[in-house]
Design a protein around this ligand. Sequence first.
Ligand code: SF4
Length: 160
Amino acid sequence: MFFKKSPWIIHYDATSCNGCDIEVIASLTPMYDLERFGIVNTGNPKHADIFVITGSVNESSRTVVKNIYDQMPNPKVVVAVGICATSGGVFRECYNVLGGVDRVIPVDVYVPGCAARPESIIDGIIAALDILERRHVEFRKAKSEARRQENKLRRYHLND
Ligand code: SF4
């Protein structure tokens, strides 16, 4: 199976200045055409494989970020877009800012820039596709191993 050929992404603005969000949207337009990689932008975390997140995380957005992440099915990949999502950026000293996205959920790919350019965002998402594919392989292996162990146990109990 090739999950990297048809990944769905979900985009959330944790508290950006909107600069990086505009660039994420630009990367989906025909000019940069992120969709040429089979990518679909969804609003439903339950359908998403890649979490694209912009802006620093603060006390208000931390619950939403965690909530979206928890609702996404495994395996999943997180891409932090822009310096704010990476470290808190210019907002890091603000009274209610916790810092970058990795203060709340694990981040797999960091996209640099302020604002991050569409070319860098596309590079980041392409890097995420390889991670996603690798995780799917590991996930399938772990699942079939768990099924094998379960069947072994069932046979053991039947022979009791
Ligand atoms: S990295 Fe720059 S453009 Fe992006 S959200 Fe932060 S301040 Fe705005």
